[in-house]
Design a protein around this ligand. Structure first.
Ligand code: MG
Length: 167
């Protein structure tokens, strides 16, 4: 990462929250505490460490946030609403296929329709898996990437990395 980051695109499962597959959860969901939800059968979904601080940091620094998630959209949207964080994201793109470069293209194109032009070197993509990275970089050669859980252990470390770039 060396360019100014203007758009951060985030995976959901194992990146925003601890659960590995939101599509497998069964509603209704219950908010147990600010950062913890459980589904009908007691499966727990916990926001990962300092994610709320990361959201506030991004908002305060004018960084646009979005989501590219391989899931059925209903559960992910419901969880984001219940955690009261859905309003932080522009064009959250949650689709039942693994083609993240297609989702990222959609996000960039939706932003452009709003008059916001984002260049690939201004995009940071964060995911706990790097299986999508090659395909993303075939489309957006200069996209920066952070592997959540491996390059960083929590969202404070993301804040620190973005601060280092956007000085
Ligand atoms: Mg994931």
């Amino acid at each position: 990462m060396k360019e100014l980051i203007k758009l951060i695109i985030i995976d959901a499962d194992c990146t925003i929250w601890s659960h590995h597959n939101a599509s497998s959860l069964i509603p209704p969901f219950k908010l147990l505490s600010k950062d913890l939800i459980e589904d009908r059968y007691g499966s727990k979904i916990k926001l990962n460490g300092r994610f709320r601080e990361f959201l506030e940091f991004s908002r305060d620094n004018g960084i646009i946030l979005s989501i590219a998630s391989w899931n059925q959209p209903e559960n992910v949207l419901e969880l984001l609403s219940m955690f009261s964080i859905i309003h932080y994201f522009a064009f959250p793109t949650i689709e039942p296929h693994p083609n993240k470069s297609h989702m990222i293209q959609k996000i960039v194109s939706n932003l452009r329709k709003k008059g916001i032009r984002i260049y690939p070197e201004e995009i940071l993509y964060i995911d706990d898996r790097d299986i999508h990275l090659k395909e993303v970089r075939d489309t957006f050669e200069y996209v920066s990437f952070i592997k959540y859980g491996s390059d960083v252990e929590n969202w404070q470390e993301v804040i620190d990395m973005v601060k280092n770039v956007n000085v």
